[in-house]
Design a protein around this ligand. Sequence first.
Ligand SMILES: C[S@@+](CC[C@H](N)C(=O)[O-])C[C@H]1O[C@@H](n2cnc3c(N)ncnc32)[C@H](O)[C@@H]1O
Length: 285
Amino acid sequence: MPQQTAQEVIEIQRQDWNRVAAGWEKWDEFFDRSMACLNHRLVGDARLRPGHHVLDLGSGTGYPALLAAQVVGSQGRVVGIDLAEQMLAAAERKAARLGLTNISFRTGDATTLPFGAASFDAVTSRFCLMFLPDVPQAAAEIARVLKPGGWVAAAVWSDPDKNPSISLSVNAIRSVIELPPPDPTAPGIFRLANPGDLSSMLTQAGLCDVSESEFAAEWSYASPEEYYTNLLEIAAPVQNLMAKLSINQTQEVKRLILQGANRYRRGDRLVFPFVARLVAGRKPL
Ligand SMILES: C[S@@+](CC[C@H](N)C(=O)[O-])C[C@H]1O[C@@H](n2cnc3c(N)ncnc32)[C@H](O)[C@@H]1O
């Protein structure tokens, strides 16, 4: 398949995430319940303090930007940037409900940041960087907009084997249609899954004290059907693959996913492990 240009990647990402924005808003309580722990880790790893000016890359429906705004308080400010205006509209509604007046969201591309050099005390990002057309370019942009001494903290997905709630669906689709082998350098869910992938890019961009670790947690569903519905309503990359299937193939994939999901039964719930890779680094003084 011919390689997509950076502009094509960005436009596809914008359309993909706008398409699932309503699903993300519908499942917001699920995200809050399952993944708040990650927001707290990111806010901690970015060393946020009251008064800080923070940039959140790929905020989507507001994670971890909304928590960051609560931590930096009325003297601080948070800007969330994302390609998908409909994801940001949901984030804005949540900020209003929380009464946060120190946060704003704007559309933009994380690889060409519309901010001056040294304008932020910290940068955060949850599950966005692997979708960028040029991650080293984004790392250079992060280094540029950080103030000397400022920290970046980012979460990306770790290995597919450690994230069965994502890989189960892709494996089921792969068993009914031929898909090209995953290109480890192309934008996608597991683009930065390997140890050292993102941390080496941050080091290359000039950041220091770069560290990375895996963060393991669980999310749970009431039933395989709830898991399947959630998956199809929020996972834009999975939706794209499902769109390639005939009606019969869709039914077979659904059967395989429900069957596979049943392996994760614990008591009356379905409990999936998930593992994120957390990477942090600091701009030298
Ligand atoms: C999986 S969602 C994560 C959203 C949120 N950070 C969270 O963890 O809930 C990925 C987000 O990255 C955004 N995104 C993808 N490519 C981007 C880019 N080049 N610049 C800015 N945002 C981008 C998408 O629009 C989408 O909202």
